[in-house]
Design a protein around this ligand. Sequence first.
Ligand SMILES: Nc1ncnc2c1ncn2[C@@H]1O[C@H](COP(=O)(O)OP(=O)(O)OP(=O)(O)O)[C@@H](O)[C@H]1O
Length: 523
Amino acid sequence: MADTATGPEHPAPVAEATGISKRFGATVALRDARISVAAGESHALVGRNGAGKSTLVSILTGLQQPDTGNLRFSGEPAPAVGDIDAWRSRVACVYQRSTIIGDLTVAENLFLNRQSAGAVQPIRWKQLRLRAEELLGEYGVAVDPAARAKDLTVEQRQFVEIARALSFGARFIILDEPTAKLDARGIGRLFDKLRDLQDQGVAFLFISHHLQEVYDLCSTVTVYRDAAHILTAPVAELGHQALVEAMTGESASVAAVAESRPPAARAGSEEVLEISGLTLPGACEELSLSVRAGEVIGLAGAAASGNVQVGEAVAGLHRAKEGRISVGGRSVHTGSVPSALAAGVGLVPEDRHLQGLVNNRSVAENATLTVTDQLGPLGTVLPARTRAFAQRMIQDLDIKTPGAATPVSALSGGNQQKVVVARALATDPHVLVAIRPTNGVDVKSKEFLLGRIRQVADGGKAALIVSDELDDLKVCDRVVVMFHGRVVAEFDRGWKDDHLVAAMEGVGTPLASTVSGTDEHGR
Ligand SMILES: Nc1ncnc2c1ncn2[C@@H]1O[C@H](COP(=O)(O)OP(=O)(O)OP(=O)(O)O)[C@@H](O)[C@H]1O
């Protein structure tokens, strides 16, 4: 920004970073990058997977030191490394993954390490709870201070983290993909809260791969590409196409996946996946669904709909109380992962951290975990074959990594997700169950991933995409919508966004109706 004058009329930016460079070994994560967030501003930071966003966040929050560059908060130099309290009073970050401790109560989490006035004074639990109640009340967060943190919803947990940040005095909060695990209503409530806080002078740096959220929430946007700052502009002056072009450096149309019409499933083709009368306690009741060879079916639903559990059950992760799941006509023992694997089910799990990756292992090992039997004779695993196999996947899915031997933990979030998808595809599954497969993946890489899932079906297999992301669902031949454990609607290709969203929210579409037509893009 050209105007750097400060004073009562022009307060210094709450955060300003200039000339920031950071390397990890041979990887340049940031090159002479910059950002400036004004007081009370809602500023978006966008870029493709691996562009350097999370690295910037770790520098802005004092977790990592830049190799070069300057960092100031409200005009003052950044605190010394390790002065945690000083950093906390300037900036806080709400991550996609929780930083609060599940076994502690909300009150304990809020006042962790500051329960009592002095080291020798005992903790007064009742007082702690009252202070927590007061604090949560002040920021309008309706959460019981006595509740265990692990029992909170993602949304409640984020609100607690925001309240905790504000209570340290921070007036600058970074949100790193905060909506990734929220459904539409949860996102709406989060945005309402952020707007309230913004009215009170709190500034945000908002990171998201959902560009519509940038338009809905932010006034300014900064784009990083290949470790460098590309532009900063008022959101209102930058159209969607221009924003994507800045992110990708290409002028290609962004809507390639949505607009490319995949071939319809072959009429009369065999049923590859059949779910009949499935009851999973607490998740779904008497649910039936079938997917034919050549089909990609969407199983849509909001957070409590049960769609994720149904997908997981197909992969053997949940035992059914009643009902049957069969793949290629063969029954799968519900609750048995080996049985599902043997039947040819591949899974992209919901949480790549909990169910997906082995962090300290290489990209090659992670990508080939499911196919070790193909990597050498008689139970041996040949490193050269593993590398070659992984190399193909790295190219196939456009995974940004220095090499196949790089530990998967050194990859950016979106590239880790691609490794998870690569692993599921490696087995050449008969049925691919992909749960929110493009979570954390940038707009361009989404095309690759969804295109690859489409190819599974086009090759005569079947795919089930379990998601509430409209972009994920647009590649599907048919979308089945669940609400509170039951199928409430079914949409053929060409559905309208608002109809599908309404069905996921449990309004509108009557039970089992089939809705089709032309969507707003004329498809
Ligand atoms: N600890 C690390 N060790 C080695 N390389 C790293 C490390 N952290 C990040 N990198 C590399 O730095 C680059 C920037 O990664 P970063 O996580 O900042 O990207 P990002 O823009 O946040 O991506 P995403 O959208 O996928 O989250 C990537 O090439 C990544 O592999």
